[in-house]
Design a protein around this ligand. Structure first.
Ligand code: NAP
Length: 414
């Protein structure tokens, strides 16, 4: 067993392994957990209690998670004098499935976001963000219940790859001079420059994951969201390569929107998934006006970041927005929001997003029964109008409770 400096491996747990390209999950899997900074401390405690209660209730003691604390962010800096210690990365790689609270991005000194670093080092190329409505939550739209979308956002490329040069730097001058001379361009010398790489590899593995998810969950469609009318060789290529994956690797299981009309007279053949594409700006309208026409969405990094927050705003906001970063096997489950420092240690913040991220994690482990218990109990708690401050300000006649009490109510309502 690997020797760690500060991580204590729980004796009662077993490691998740990969056998024949599939996860092999013991009844007592060791799950590494990064508590997170700021409100991470409030929401992780609440989440672990809710998950343990649901697993106990669903499997009557036959299954149990062996949580294993690992460290990143402020806590890691205290313990190791490092923000992202190597043994944290090693533990996630080894134990395959992990839960994470939000992390502060250290300010100054050329630090990259710890979250972006984790995704890139572990090659967690798909950021998966489901957005669904829980009955009773206040919403700025008339029909929030029509929203049930799962966004697969590419996590490693695009303008988020971190390839950019500051205005006035030696490097940017070199890049601009080279482009102006060799590509006959006319870029202003007082520009900053960023690069937007989008590859066949990055696109195909993401779209493949999105289609496989739609097949597994028997969902009706996968929509490729891009800005290919303007950025032809990056976003337009994303669309073309996406259709290629669909029509070569999944031929018998998919119908494209063109084929739907040219071959099938507008009627989907039974058991097939519709593959369509939308231009990003139009998609922002569509999710407001016709959200029920969309199910799984696959999109490059920047579009996905904007789109997932815009969708979350319709169903209760960041307190209800779960997510996961998934690679070929490793899954790092985390809320979409950050550390909200002004609410840290006050026991007021909504733990819903991390709890729902843990529901995704349970589903990933094949423990969907426990996940469903949590989702139903959360819905029941909201229906009974017992909610945290963020939902309270959007609901009439609700009772405001703190983080820990909200978790207690969810457990009671299981
Ligand atoms: P933030 O932490 O997401 O908080 C922004 C606002 O969103 C909060 O003030 C609050 O709004 C609302 N909010 C966030 N979480 C909520 C929850 N659980 N329940 C209810 N409302 C919630 O964004 P930020 O203040 O811009 O970022 C703070 C730090 O977090 C930064 O260091 C940033 O780098 C980091 N960050 C980390 C991650 C990550 O770990 N994945 C993601 C994003 C940001 P109201 O005040 O209106 O109630």
């Amino acid at each position: 067993m690997a020797k760690y400096k500060h991580i204590v491996v729980p004796k009662e747990g077993k490691q998740i392994t990969i056998k024949n390209k599939k996860l092999s999950i013991p009844d007592n899997p060791i799950i590494p957990v990064i508590e997170g900074d700021g409100i991470g401390r409030d929401i992780m405690k609440a989440t672990r209690r809710v998950v343990d209660a649901a697993v106990e209730k669903a499997y009557k003691g036959k299954k149990k998670i062996a949580w294993m604390d690992i460290y990143a962010g402020e806590r890691a800096n205290e313990l190791y004098k490092e923000w992202l210690p190597k043994e944290t990365i090693d533990a996630i790689s080894k134990y395959v499935v992990a839960l994470k609270g939000p992390l502060t991005t250290p300010i100054g000194g050329g630090f990259r976001s710890l979250n972006v670093s984790l995704r890139q080092i572990l090659n967690l190329y798909a950021c998966v963000r489901p957005v669904r409505y829980f009955k009773g939550v206040g919403s700025p739209v008339v029909h929030p219940e029509r929203m049930n979308i799962i966004i697969f956002r590419e996590n490693t490329e695009d303008v988020y790859a971190g390839i950019e040069w500051k205005k006035g730097s030696k490097e940017v001058k070199k890049v601009i001079d080279w482009l102006n001379k060799n590509m006959k361009l006319n870029i202003r010398s007082d520009s900053g420059v960023g690069i937007k790489p989008i590859s066949v590899t990055g696109t195909k593995r993401l779209v493949r994951k999105a289609i496989n998810y739609a097949i597994d969950k028997k969902l009706p469609s996968v929509t490729l969201v891009h800005k290919g009318n303007i950025m032809k060789y990056t976003e337009g290529a994303f669309r073309d390569w996406g259709y290629q994956v669909a029509t070569t690797e999944f031929r018998s299981k998919v119908v494209t929107e063109d084929e739907l009309w040219s071959k099938y007279n507008g009627k989907m053949p039974k058991g097939t998934i519709l593959i369509k594409d939308r231009i990003a700006d139009s998609m922002f309208q569509q999710v407001l006006t016709r959200s029920d026409e969309y199910s799984v969405v696959a999109t490059p990094n920047l579009n996905g970041d904007y789109l997932s927050d815009a969708c979350a705003a319709q169903v209760g906001g960041l307190g209800m927005a779960p997510g996961a970063n998934i690679g070929d096997f490793i899954g790092l489950f985390e809320a979409t929001h950050g550390t909200a420092p002004k609410y840290a240690d006050k026991d007021v913040i909504n733990p819903g997003s991390l709890i729902l991220s843990a529901v995704m994690m349970l589903d990933y482990l094949g423990w969907g029964q426990a996940g469903q218990l949590i989702e139903k109990a959360l819905e029941k708690t909201i229906n009974k109008k017992t909610v945290t401050y963020d939902l309270h300000r959007q609901m009439k006649g609700a009772k405001k409770v703190g983080t820990s009490e909200f978790a207690t109510q969810i457990i009671k309502n299981m």
